[in-house]
Design a protein around this ligand. Structure first.
Ligand SMILES: Nc1ccc(Br)nc1
Length: 463
C-alpha cells in the first residue's frame, strides 16, 4: 500500500532504472468513505449507548452472542428486491470465495442455530451489537456502517415473544429518558397483507416481493411503483385494493372488516394490544397497517419505533420471521427479533437534550508524578512505578507522568483527567520511603510513608 502511494520518479539510467527520490503522495487521513473513527469522546458516547442496550437486554434475560463481520455472500442472496441485498458490501476474497460484510445479523444467527440444531436449549433469547455494512454509492453521502443492537427470540410461536421484545425496546427508551410522548412503536401484522393478497388472487410466492414494494410506499408514490408491481403480476384494481388495505388511517376493526374477524392475523394483532397494558407499554403502541418493514423474510407481526415529531427516520424495527430456516434448507423454527441502529437514536437524544455529559468522566483517580530531570531521574521513576502499581492493585485508576514535566503542566493534566489525588515523588521522599499526597480539590497534602497501606487508603479517600 505504501508503494501504491509513492509516485516514484523513475530515472532511466544506463543499465536499468532506479528510483531517484520518492514523492510521497499525501496519506488520506480520513477513514474510508462512509465509515467513522471513534476518538475517546466518541467512544464514551458509544460505550454509554451500548451499555444501555446491554442493560436492557440483560434485564430481559437475553444472552450476548456474536458472529463474524464477514460471511459467505450466499447468506444474503434473496430475490425479493430488498435494498439491504442490493447494497451488499460483497467481494471475492483471495481464495476466490464470494464473501460479504454482514448487512444485518439475523442470517448469521439463523446459520448458527441451524449449525447447532437440536443442541440448543429452546427458546433462545440472544442479543448482540454487531457492526453492519452496506455499499452505497456515496452520491447520497450516507454511512456505510453502523452498529445495530439486535435481540431475537427463537422457538416461541406465541405473541408473548413479541411482547418481550417490544417491552425491552420500551425499557431501553425509558432508561435514556425517552418517553411515550417522544416516541411510539407502530405495530402491524404481515399476515393481514397475506390474507389480502389471497383475496386478490396474488400467488403466495409473490408475498415477500410485494411486501418489499409496499414498504417503499412510505417514501415513494404508488404510481412510481406500478411497473414494479406489474412485474410481480399485481396491477390495476387488484393493486388499488391492496394499496387501500395498507392505508395507515385504519383501525384494527377496519382491517378486521376487510379480512374477517375470524382472521388469525386480526387475532394476533388484538393479542398484542390486549397484552400491552400488562407490560406497561400500551401508551407506546400504535396500530399502523402501512408498516411492513423492508426485509423479505418477515412473516407475522412487524413493528417500527418512530419519533412522534416526525422529523427522523425509523429508530428501530423488527418482526416475526417464522420461515427463515427454510431459506437455508432447514425445518422452520418460529422466531422474532429486532434491529436498533446507533445513528437515529443519537439524533433523537440530541434533539431532546438527552445526550450524556462526560465532562466529569474520571479517566484517572490518581496521578503519580516522579520529579524527574535530575541525577535521580531513574530512582524516582522506579519509585513511581512501584507506587502506581500498588495503587492500581488496590483498584485505583492511576496515571503516571511519564516524562519530565513542569508543575503547571502536571496540575493541568491532573485536572483534565479529573483525578482526585496527585502523588508526588521526589528524590528526598524516596530516601525517606515516603511520598507527598495532594488532594486536588483543595490542595490539602500529607507526607505519607510507604509502609503499610496508608497510601492506598488515603488515595482512595481523596480520589
Ligand atoms: N443494513 C445496513 C448496513 C449499514 C447501514 Br449504515 N445501514 C443499513
Amino acid at each position: 500500500a505504501a508503494a501504491g502511494r509513492r509516485s516514484a520518479a523513475v530515472v532511466q539510467t544506463a543499465g536499468g532504472t532506479k528510483e531517484s527520490g520518492v514523492k510521497e503522495a499525501p496519506l488520506d487521513l480520513n477513514p474510508p468513505r462512509g465509515t467513522r473513527d471513534f476518538f475517546p469522546d466518541d467512544m464514551r458516547l458509544r460505550n454509554w449507548l451500548f451499555d444501555k442496550w446491554r442493560r436492557a437486554s440483560e434485564l430481559y434475560g437475553f444472552e450476548e452472542f456474536d458472529a463474524p463481520v464477514l460471511e459467505s455472500e450466499d447468506l444474503y442472496i434473496r430475490k425479493a428486491g430488498e435494498e439491504v441485498v442490493g447494497q451488499l458490501y460483497c467481494f471475492a476474497d483471495k481464495g476466490g470465495r464470494r464473501v460479504a460484510l454482514r448487512p444485518e445479523l439475523t442470517p448469521s444467527l439463523a446459520r448458527m442455530v441451524l449449525a447447532k440444531r437440536g443442541q440448543l436449549n429452546m427458546p433462545i433469547k440472544w442479543f448482540a451489537i454487531p457492526q453492519c455494512w452496506r455499499y452505497e454509492r456515496m452520491t447520497r453521502g450516507r454511512r456505510r456502517e453502523h452498529y445495530q443492537w439486535n435481540c431475537d427470540i427463537w422457538g416461541v410461536g406465541e405473541v408473548t415473544a413479541e411482547m418481550e421484545l417490544l417491552s425491552c425496546i420500551v425499557r431501553f427508551f425509558e432508561s435514556v429518558g425517552i418517553g411515550s410522548d417522544d416516541v411510539g412503536i407502530k405495530v402491524n401484522n404481515r399476515e393481514l397483507l397475506r390474507e389480502v393478497l389471497h383475496k386478490n388472487g396474488v400467488p403466495d410466492d409473490r408475498f415477500a416481493a410485494v411486501c418489499v414494494l409496499i414498504d417503499k410506499l412510505e417514501k415513494v408514490p404508488l404510481d412510481h411503483l406500478r411497473d414494479d408491481f406489474r412485474a410481480l403480476g399485481v396491477e390495476g384494481s387488484q393493486l388499488d385494493s391492496i394499496a387501500a388495505s395498507v392505508r395507515a388511517d385504519q383501525t384494527v376493526d377496519d382491517v378486521a372488516q376487510l379480512v374477517g374477524e375470524d382472521s388469525q392475523a386480526v387475532k394476533h394483532l388484538r393479542d398484542v394490544f390486549d397484552m400491552a397494558d400488562a407490560y406497561g407499554i400500551a401508551d407506546w403502541l400504535v396500530f399502523d397497517p402501512s408498516v411492513v418493514r423492508g426485509l423479505a423474510y418477515y412473516t407475522g407481526v412487524v413493528f417500527e419505533g418512530f419519533d412522534r415529531a416526525g422529523e427522523l427516520r425509523a429508530i428501530c424495527g423488527g418482526g416475526r420471521y417464522d420461515t427463515l430456516l427454510e431459506m437455508f434448507g432447514g425445518e422452520p423454527i418460529p422466531a422474532v427479533g429486532f434491529g436498533f441502529g446507533d445513528a437515529v437514536v443519537v439524533e433523537l437524544l440530541k434533539t431532546k437534550g438527552l445526550l450524556p455529559d462526560f465532562a466529569d468522566t474520571s479517566v484517572a483517580d490518581a496521578v503519580v508524578w516522579p520529579l524527574a530531570g535530575g541525577d535521580e531521574t531513574s530512582t524516582v521513576q522506579q519509585a513511581a512505578g512501584r507506587v502506581a502499581t500498588r495503587l492500581r492493585q488496590s483498584g485505583l485508576k492511576t496515571d503516571v507522568i511519564l516524562e519530565n514535566k513542569k508543575s503547571k503542566w502536571v496540575f493541568k493534566h491532573a485536572a483534565r483527567v479529573n483525578a482526585g489525588v496527585l502523588v508526588v515523588i521526589g528524590a528526598d521522599e524516596v530516601a525517606g520511603n515516603e511520598v507527598t499526597a495532594k488532594r486536588l480539590c483543595d490542595k490539602e497534602q500529607q507526607r505519607v510513608t510507604l509502609d503499610g497501606t496508608h497510601l492506598e487508603d488515603l488515595a482512595a479517600e481523596w480520589a
